[in-house]
Design a protein around this ligand. Sequence first.
Ligand code: PLP
Length: 439
Amino acid sequence: MSINQNIKPITLKTNEKGNLEIGGCDTLELADKYGTPLYVVDEATLRGIAREYKKAFSKLENVNMMFASKALMTSAVAKILSDEGFGFDVVSGGEIYTVKNAGVDMKNTTFNGNNKTVDELNMALDAGVGHISVDNFLELALLNEIAKSKNIVQKILLRITPGIECHTHEYIQTGHLDSKFGFDLTQLDEALELILEEYKNLELTGLHAHIGSQIFETQVYYDEIGVILKEIKRIKDKFGIELREINAGGGLGVTYTDEDCPPSVETIANTIIDSIEKHCTELGLQKPVLYIEPGRSIVATAGVSLYTVGSYKQVPNGRKYIAVDGGMADNPRPSMYGAKYYAQIANKKDEENFEKVTVAGRFCESGDILIKDIELNSPQAGDVLCVYNTGAYGYSMSSNYNCVLKPAMVLVNSSQSDIIVKRQTYAQLIQNDVIPDRI
Ligand SMILES: *Cc1c(COP(=O)(O)O)cnc(C)c1O
């Protein structure tokens, strides 16, 4: 089984004390030592899935794995994935700053985004970002001007909207035609003419698409590669240049609950490789250099969140709510997308007294519900709740709503735990506040 098909990190087990253990560390001890809420990242699971990706695509001669930083960006995660041979898809000045500071070779980065600012483009060029995936006409003109002022010829991809619909949440679909991202296929020729004739400081190396996120189908990847390669063939016939690079984006799904059944990494890899082989033969193209940008599937399963259970409320003739010490600020996905999670009480293997409850967060919104209707083992105040699969889009989307401090993150491996993000302090919370003299 592929790691993205598991709900739990690969090292997760129940120890002799009856407590959940991850990376050889007792979750109760982690909660005690570092406090809750706590993000825990299992290094073996993270490196494991990174290696699965590399192996699955190793049949291709020219392939580059780019981790989509927005799923989880911290300096230690950047260091680990860089050591595993990954480059990085970055989408902001902050992500560029973080990966550069972590020692990543900036040639192995691609800068994406539908409205990159002038400052960010300047920063990207100064940092030596490998590729910029240009999203629209304004950016083409702007980037050429900036590159010219720096006397640089910048490698670019064109982000295209391949017109592929996948069955995922509307907010996380990106490849269908009515999307804010990328050039419509009908606009490609105009972009090419501009690049070839006017924008001499841009070197177009290929096309880029990303069809969505939390994807369970393989056919959409097959089709996506087909659309990209057919465009490359069309461009070759019309402009006489054969673009050598294709970036297929990310999107592979993970298993948040039993309802999710994503394909394995190997299945996705084989689908993409088959599609490249078939379409290149059919269209008479050379095999391109492939880039892929998985985000969620790299980090989701490696991460769990630990919370302490607090108050509860039994609605007369209704639900029983138990409240935990975190919620929508450290994991906004349930309140934003209706995302579902699986969880277990970390310290109660033996009691076997399951009851159906709804896990509420501590934030001042009725919508701050982490998990609706889940069977938990006699949850009581003081218990530790372990929510699985929170590695992706949790910390990276976290906020300071209600002025609650952002949790710490620890990396566990072989019975060792290390802080990789410190818990925020109250002083940090107001460090940028200013009270003007005149008030
Ligand atoms: C978000 C994004 C990804 C990663 O998507 P996942 O679903 O997290 O794998 C990759 N490429 C681009 C351009 C993205 O916007």
